[in-house]
Design a protein around this ligand. Structure first.
Ligand code: F6P
Length: 362
């Protein structure tokens, strides 16, 4: 078994609260075992361009509560399909994985710790296939990574969305309005579902359950008839009506086709018309991704960082750390790649929400 002396850590994909807590845990754990840590700047792009910084204890001091990532990140760069601008200005996409392997060799880096969402983890798996020792840590506010019950960042995002609902509640009530809150989550409705439950939403619309606008209208009208002249609707950015498409703009680069967003405004306009009520839409956007992680996310990020580093130092590869039954365990990257973690439509959470009268538009 090769002895691990130097590891590199990178953060890839969209940022989320808790990334710095992982970095702190990685550096502290590795250094306490006599192992050096290189921090790769700006995700996989830094591996291709050989942009790295040495991470010592002082570099990670004080970063536990800080949002974002001290290393920088991007959701664009894929070393296996890397954008290169030729001298004459033409843009071509090249496989730069060989350059990455060279860069790792030059710095005598024995193993890679990759913190990212599904796109980043998939690329990690491809490097593992090339013989690089790779351990991944799942991150995303969306909570949509397979094989783990939680990703850090999610709890913080739900907290932000819940606070937004609490604030919308009072103004909705005063003005007798319908307030639509659009939250992130990509193709999963976890943020909408949890925030909607915690914030007392009347309707929660998620990608997993295509909605019928008439069902939402009926819910709001029933409330009006009973004397509740305001309503709160939480809509996940990936929600779509029955037979309809998700709303967003095309992405020019990266693995995703669409940059989701806009369904909230469409819904608010439709409901204003159908229910003859004043409506407003708030789109929370990146407020859900920024800022300080909650205590829960700091703890989970720290546990993931420690376990991933220990696994890497033990020579393990091609795995991701995950939370299952409240224990941090290791799962094969192959298993993670097979699916996304979507909201089970007949699961206990949705059933509980329906039991207390929340409408899902179905
Ligand atoms: O995956 C995290 C996430 O915030 C999604 O919820 C959202 O759809 C997407 O990233 C937004 O990406 P960007 O920051 O590139 O606009």
């Amino acid at each position: 078994m090769t002895t691990i002396r130097n590891i590199a850590v990178l953060t890839g994909g969209g940022d989320c609260p808790g990334l710095n807590a992982v970095l702190r845990a990685v550096v502290r754990t590795a250094i306490s075992r006599g192992v050096s840590v290189w921090g790769v700047k700006n995700g996989f792009g830094g591996l291709v361009k050989n942009e790295m910084m040495f991470l010592g204890l002082s570099d990670v001091a004080g970063i536990l509560p800080r949002g974002g990532t001290i290393l920088g990140t991007t959701n664009r760069d894929n070393p296996f399909h890397f954008k290169v601008v030729e001298e004459d200005g033409t843009v071509v996409y090249k496989d730069m994985s060989g350059v990455v392997l060279e860069n790792l060799k030059k710095r005598e880096i024995d193993a890679l710790l990759i913190i990212g969402g599904d796109g980043t983890i998939k690329i990690g798996g491809e490097f593992a296939q090339l013989g690089v020792k790779v351990v991944c840590v799942p991150k995303t506010i969306d909570n949509d990574i397979a094989c783990t019950e939680r990703t850090f960042g999610f709890d913080t995002a739900v907290g932000v969305a819940t606070e937004a609902l609490d604030r919308l509640h009072t103004t909705a009530e005063s003005h007798h309005r319908v307030m639509v809150l659009e939250v992130m989550g990509r193709y999963a409705g976890w943020i909408a579902l949890h925030a909607g439950l915690a914030g007392g939403a009347d309707c929660i619309l998620i990608p997993e359950i295509p909605y019928d606008i008439r069902a939402v209208q009926e819910k709001i009208t029933r409330r009006q008839q009973k004397g509740s002249r305001f309503s709160l609707v939480v809509v996940a950015e990936g929600a779509a009506p029955v037979g309809g498409e998700m709303v967003g703009v095309e992405r020019k680069e990266g693995t995703e086709k669409l940059r989701l967003g806009g369904i909230g405004n469409i819904l608010a306009e439709q409901l204003a018309e159908l229910c003859d009520v004043e409506t407003r839409c708030t789109t929370l956007g990146h407020l859900q991704r920024g800022g300080s992680p909650t205590a829960y996310d700091r703890v989970l990020a720290t546990r993931f960082g420690v376990t991933a580093t220990e696994a890497l130092l033990a020579g393990k590869t091609d795995i991701m750390v995950a939370l299952q039954n409240n224990a941090v365990i290791e799962v094969a990257l192959e298993e993670v790649a097979k699916q996304s973690a979507l909201v089970p439509v007949d699961g206990e959470l949705v059933r509980s929400a329906k039991s207390i009268g929340i409408c899902f538009g179905d």
